[in-house]
Design a protein around this ligand. Structure first.
Ligand code: NDP
Length: 452
């Protein structure tokens, strides 16, 4: 199951295992225990070389991957990541999380993940297009609308999806909904770009309501990252009356000097900078009067007062020390936009503080629940593609909201049902998400005879 060289996958596997074992699940449903070793090995892993030509005419080579992890609930579904850090351990952890996340959306989608160790930064549009075409030359043999439907992730946005989709259409002579996150005029869904960030905020709204903490209005929100998820989470939080006091990228973090946070206009400047693959710091002339810049830092230890933290950059971006700092800053809710945003040690600290009766209590929502809005709207894009229709912004947004509310209630009620501790004020959402996702997938695998 877990190979010695797969630390990220081991972390995701251990987190799931610990929470399942620390519940009454296997007492109440002992037949599901046998599923765990089976669900933890991908149905198929595809690894391939990607040879492409740079602007100087030189041949370059990268490693491409697609982990087709589980199809018991529907076609494999999960993003493609283009980042130099990509390796099989990272893609297996992301694919594994994706199985249970997709189950939590209530839609018919299985789990997968893919990508390449290609760095889009500093590349021209021509180089990106040639890389995408070379990547799809191999991937197109293994995917189609009923088998495996990838989407974007870090380093893969609308432009890359366009190049990948065009390459698939030309190689296979087939126009089909084989990717999600497409352009609006050729099969994309309204609200897909916004979905992960908006969905994260909708999930947190339910947490605030359940914990009797009011609404986003007047709250101080710390966000990390400045890509797709961070931008739309920040915009929705601002729309709901919150003050967003931080944003960051892989080079550093901006933190508000005073009471005023980011405006929608400032986030739009950030979106332009990120589209051009530049660092946040390139905005310093415009930002330095209002924000302090901390090179090489994450925001969590830099802010004195925080109500809500939304990590939205990458895995393991909240360490144990960051977790302690968030609690000291009075943070009451942490919900991950990123996948596996917190280390195991940080989750332990949050879970311990969750039950605290003092002022230091905090409620933690894992990415596989709180960020499922992106894949949920991808599922809605697939539904629109197969019917050859488009829903309006209001329709998609309303469906996204319903999915996030159902996901929250499913996590909450499952946690209450399978917790060995009764009457917890704030039930564990990490347990609830893991157990609810696991039960759905495991029962589908048993029904379909995946054991023979
Ligand atoms: P983007 O590529 O749009 O943005 C990623 C952001 O994270 C950038 O600000 C980037 O900085 C920063 N970042 C990347 N790597 C690191 C690092 N090692 N340390 C610090 N910062 C880093 O990606 P998304 O916004 O799409 O994804 C963000 C997270 O959300 C990921 O964990 C992804 O898996 C998850 N997610 C995304 C979904 C989606 O729909 N897009 C759906 C569900 C989860 P820089 O610009 O300098 O590289």
């Amino acid at each position: 199951m877990v190979q010695p060289t797969e630390p990220e996958f081991e972390q995701a596997y251990s987190e799931l295992l610990l929470t399942l074992e620390d519940s009454t699940l296997f007492d109440k449903k002992p037949h599901l225990k046998a599923v765990l070793p089976v669900v933890s090995i991908p149905e198929r892993t595809i690894m391939f070389r990607v040879v492409w030509q740079d602007d100087k005419g030189q041949m370059q080579v990268n490693r491409g991957y697609r982990v087709q992890f589980n199809s018991a609930l529907g076609p494999y579904k999960g993003g493609l990541r283009f980042h130099p850090s990509v390796n099989l351990s990272i893609l297996k952890f992301l694919g594994y999380e994706q199985i249970f996340k997709n189950a939590l959306t209530g839609l018919s989608i299985g789990g997968g993940k893919g990508g390449a160790d290609f760095d889009p930064k500093g590349k021209s549009d021509g180089e990106i297009r040639r890389f995408c075409e070379a990547f799809m030359r191999e991937l197109s043999r293994h995917i189609d609308q009923d088998t495996d439907v990838p989407a974007g992730d870090i380093g893969v946005g609308g432009r890359e999806i366009g190049f990948l989709f065009g390459a698939f259409r030309r190689y296979r002579n087939s126009f089909q909904g084989v990717l999600t996150g497409k352009g609006l005029t050729w099969g994309g869904s309204l609200i897909r770009p916004e979905a992960t960030g908006y969905g994260l905020v909708y999930y947190v709204e339910k947490m605030l309501e359940y914990a009797s903490l009011g609404t986003f209005a007047g709250k101080i929100v710390a966000v990390s990252g400045s890509g797709n998820v961070a931008q739309y989470a920040a915009l929705k939080a601002i729309e709901l009356g919150a003050t967003v006091v931080s944003l960051s990228d892989s080079k550093g973090a901006y933190v508000a000097k005073g009471a005023a946070g980011f405006s929608a206009e400032e986030i739009s400047l950030i979106a332009d900078v990120k589209l051009n693959r530049l660092d946040l710091y390139s905005l310093d002339d415009k930002f330095k009067a209002k924000f302090d810049y901390y090179a090489g830092a994450r925001p969590w230890t830099l802010i004195k007062k925080i109500d809500i933290a939304l990590p939205s950059a990458t895995q393991n971006e909240v360490s144990a020390a960051d977790a302690e700092a968030l609690i000291r800053a009075g943070c009451k809710i942490i919900a991950e936009g990123s996948n596996m945003g917190s280390t195991m040690e940080a989750i332990e600290i949050f879970e311990k503080a969750r039950t605290s009766t003092s002022d230091s209590s905090i409620w933690y929502a894992p990415g596989k629940a709180a960020n499922c809005g992106g894949v949920a709207v991808s599922g809605l894009e697939m539904a629109q593609n197969s019917q050859r229709i488009s829903w309006s912004t209001q329709e998609v947004d309303q469906k996204l909201k319903e999915i996030m509310i159902n996901c929250f209630e499913n996590c909450l009620n499952t946690s209450i049902t399978y917790s060995s501790i009764k009457d917890e004020k704030l039930p564990s959402l990490v347990k609830g998400a893991n157990i609810a996702g696991f039960i759905k997938v495991a029962e589908a695998m048993l029904d379909q005879g995946d054991f023979y």
